[in-house]
Design a protein around this ligand. Structure first.
Ligand code: SF4
Length: 215
């Protein structure tokens, strides 16, 4: 991109892919400048909030993402195949950051949800391959096929929507399957480009990040 903003603004892989796969967009310098300008504006606003209160700033982004899922054209146009009770994506390793761990721990404390130290220790002992086929691959927060911390679920869970057959998300059978088709939204990726470098700071495996809060 030949504009001053593109040199300083990091974008998500998904946004880079949307931009590069659309020659009409890539060649439109005015439009791409606007995209980078918008991301910079989002980022400045977000950082102001972040420096006042990290938790509130992150929760504001979670709410903004929920709103975009309700209103963004891409999500409206796409036939999202994710359904309540489908939980294949809650049986893979995910990373969370310090602020996400804090938000989850606070929510658990407020809602009487136990974070089991034994369960996390079992998860931490496994590498990715062993984890997927283990009896502890289920996310610690998945109860009866539903997320018990849905309101404050981390970014990794919040941005994962597919339009392909949900069965293809079964990592035990189809790990690395290229047929899983994610739903991405231009608006969502602009927002995430602005906040991920900060919200995702210091991220590591969920089991490891939650351990300080486990009983
Ligand atoms: S936090 Fe919720 S949505 Fe995310 S993996 Fe765990 S159960 Fe699934």
């Amino acid at each position: 991109m030949n504009n001053s903003h593109s040199e300083s603004v990091l974008v998500t892989q998904e946004l880079a892919s949307i931009l590069s796969n659309n020659p009409a967009v890539t060649l439109n310098i005015e439009f791409t400048s606007k995209v980078y300008e918008t991301i910079s504006d989002y980022r400045s606003q977000f950082l102001k909030n972040w420096h006042i209160n990290k938790k509130d700033a992150a929760l504001d982004i979670f709410r903004a993402m929920d709103e975009l899922i309700r209103t963004s054209k891409s999500f409206k146009k796409s036939v999202i195949s994710c359904r309540r009770g489908c939980s294949f994506c809650c049986r893979i390793l995910i990373n969370i950051s310090e602020i996400e761990a804090t938000i989850l721990a606070d929510y658990c404390q407020e809602n009487g949800i136990e974070i089991s130290k034994n369960y996390l220790e079992e998860q931490m002992r496994l590498d990715e391959k062993a984890f997927l086929s283990s009896k502890v691959s289920r996310c610690i927060f998945l109860k009866d096929h539903e997320c018990s911390v849905y309101a404050v679920r981390p970014l990794a869970c919040r941005r994962y929507y597919v339009k392909s057959d949900p069965q293809l998300c079964n990592a035990r059978k189809f790990l690395g399957n290229q047929q899983v088709q994610r739903v991405t939204s231009f608006e969502m990726e602009m927002l995430l480009s602005a906040v991920i470098p900060t919200i995702s700071q210091g991220q590591s495996r969920m089991s490891e990040m939650l351990m300080p809060y486990a009983l």
